[in-house]
Design a protein around this ligand. Structure first.
Ligand code: SIN
Length: 522
């Protein structure tokens, strides 16, 4: 009953990066299997992206964009990766998103794109579709994939582990070869927990980020570090994992989940204020004020909340934009806040920072290839070096597009997708007992609290030490649980979450210097 399926390319994840790779590969004639955990193929972090995608503004140039990216990301940005992004990004937005896939961005009556500005950008250059850019993008991409005869879509499947002959061949001689990824074990959420092996000469990891490791976050439910942990277990190099970006503004109400209030709201004139309406960003960054990079704004809010013992600060849009424009420009944010009793066209919006984006991840080169043969990584799970120590707003969709495309082109240009020589063991079930959901929920809550309290916006040696000690204890129990229980999606995620949390906390512990979004007080 435990079969292997075979394909030319296995793509795990279907946000912008995974979808672009899949489409390019399929168009070149390769058979592509796209696997997603969610029921809907559109379930991804891309779907939740509100702000937009970096394009090219008036009075703009690749050099000016590169300066903005490097100023925000500090000395950790890879100059080569930044150059690729700024040179290739805008032409690919036009060629692939607009012309091939048919994405339309907001434009004026003459058809000229109405580009906006966000934090850290020196000019207005972000193309958007109201406050639902990602949803619009991903629905077009999934539609194109669904129609393609070379694409097989497999929703409700969770990747369990990447397959390498070095770890999964019955032949001990495989360990003497360089580590090579040849596919993944896939858990079918519907068939009572059946696991199938998928064999593919090329695997693209596009699983997104890990925001769910933190108590307050803007991420989808499945952003639990699955890809990072799987790649790490297989032997992939992981870099810059300490750089977790906190978004300054998420809607705050006790007991309500964090909801992103796009930086585009500040781009449209919104100001961070106290309850009495007094703005406060000028004292933290007199030049950029509310449009300073996210690490500066998030820490300013944190400091205000600590010093004044506040549960939140406020965002004032109503004083800066007419009510009808607010409703037209930000329909999603307007509707969400209204459902929670706040009319943003009249009232202040209560906000706090929340974990938002992992700037580090699985190391990849200029075409998205990892240090494992046969394994590529694209999108948030990967670290190309573009974001350095702190990501510039709205560059992640662009990075997903550019590296999604480059990874596919590299696979196509290299050819050689022949089947591999080593035998792989079929999946072997471990325990028979279903794991106790109460224990799993509590373990996940513990991870979220540890990461939020000790590996959050402001870090210190004692906090990180405590985090690592508690996470390692928990890892031991979770691993035991994993080995003894019948597999479930939640259990796979919990095991990945604890491993990803340890990767982030260890990187934060090792880096003693405050830089970008990694801020240490000791
Ligand atoms: C936002 O709309 O503020 C989020 C966009 C991004 O993280 O780039």
């Amino acid at each position: 009953m435990h079969d292997f399926i075979e394909t030319d390319c296995l793509v795990i994840g279907c946000g912008i990066a995974g979808a672009i790779s899949s489409l390019e590969l399929a168009e070149a004639g390769l058979q592509v299997l796209v696997v997603t955990r969610g029921e809907n193929l559109t379930d991804s972090a891309t779907d939740l992206a509100q702000g937009g995608i970096v394009y090219r503004g008036d009075q703009d140039s690749p050099d000016i964009l590169a300066q903005d990216i490097m100023r925000t990301g500090g000395s950790y940005c890879s100059p080569k990766a930044v150059e690729i992004l700024v040179e290739e990004g805008a032409p690919l937005v036009r060629k692939i998103l607009m012309e091939k896939v048919g994405v339309t961005f907001d434009a004026d009556d003459q058809g000229k794109l109405t580009l906006i500005r966000e934090g850290g950008h020196s000019v207005a250059r972000i193309a958007h579709r109201q406050d639902q850019t990602g949803r619009h993008l991903v629905s077009h991409l999934v539609r194109a994939l669904s129609k393609h005869p070379n694409v097989r879509l497999l929703p409700k499947h969770t990747a369990v582990d990447l397959l390498t002959p070095q770890h999964h061949s019955p032949n001990p001689l495989a360990q003497y070869e360089p580590t090579t990824c040849v596919g993944a074990y896939l858990f079918d959420q519907e068939k009572g927990g059946e696991v199938v092996g998928c064999l593919a000469p090329r695997t693209i990891l596009a699983t997104g980020g890990l925001g769910q490791l933190f108590l307050r976050n803007t991420n989808p439910a499945f952003a639990r570090g699955d890809g990072l942990a799987m790649a790490y277990r297989a032997g992939a190099r992981v870099i810059n994992a300490e750089f977790i970006q906190f978004h300054p503004t998420t809607f705050f109400q006790r007991d309500a989940a964090a909801f992103l209030i796009s930086e585009a709201v500040r781009g449209a004139g919104g100001k961070l204020v106290y309850r009495d309406g007094t703005p406060f960003m000028e004292k933290y960054d007199p030049e950029w004020k509310d449009l300073a990079p996210r690490d500066v704004v998030s820490r300013a809010i944190y400091q205000e909340m600590m010093q004044r013992d506040l549960p939140n600060v406020y965002l004032d849009l109503a004083s800066h934009l007419p009510a009808n424009e607010i409703r037209h420009r930000f329909p999603g944010i307007f509707a969400f806040c209204l459902r929670h009793g706040v009319d943003i066209s009249q009232e202040l919006i209560p906000v706090v920072p929340a974990a938002h984006y992992s700037c580090g991840g699985v190391w990849v080169d200029e075409v998205g290839e990892t240090n494992l043969k046969g394994l590529y990584a694209v999108g948030e799970v990967a670290c190309t070096g573009v974001h350095g120590a702190n990501r510039l707003a709205s560059t992640s969709l662009l990075e997903g597009l550019v590296w999604g495309y480059r990874a596919a082109r590299s696979i196509i240009d290299r050819g050689g997708t022949s089947r591999m020589a080593w035998k792989i063991r079929p999946w072997k079930d471990m325990g028979r007992e279903l794991p106790d959901p109460t224990l799993m929920n509590e373990d996940m809550n513990t991870i979220k609290h540890i990461m939020w309290n000790y590996v959050g916006l402001v870090r210190s040696a004692p906090r990180l030490q405590r985090a690592l000690k508690e996470l390692r204890n928990l890892e031991f129990s979770i691993e035991q649980f994993y080995r003894e229980s019948h597999l479930t999606d939640q259990l796979i995620g919990l095991r990945n979450a604890i491993q990803a949390a340890i990767i982030v906390a260890s990187a934060a512990w090792k880096n003693k210097t405050s830089v970008g979004c990694h801020y240490r007080i000791s």
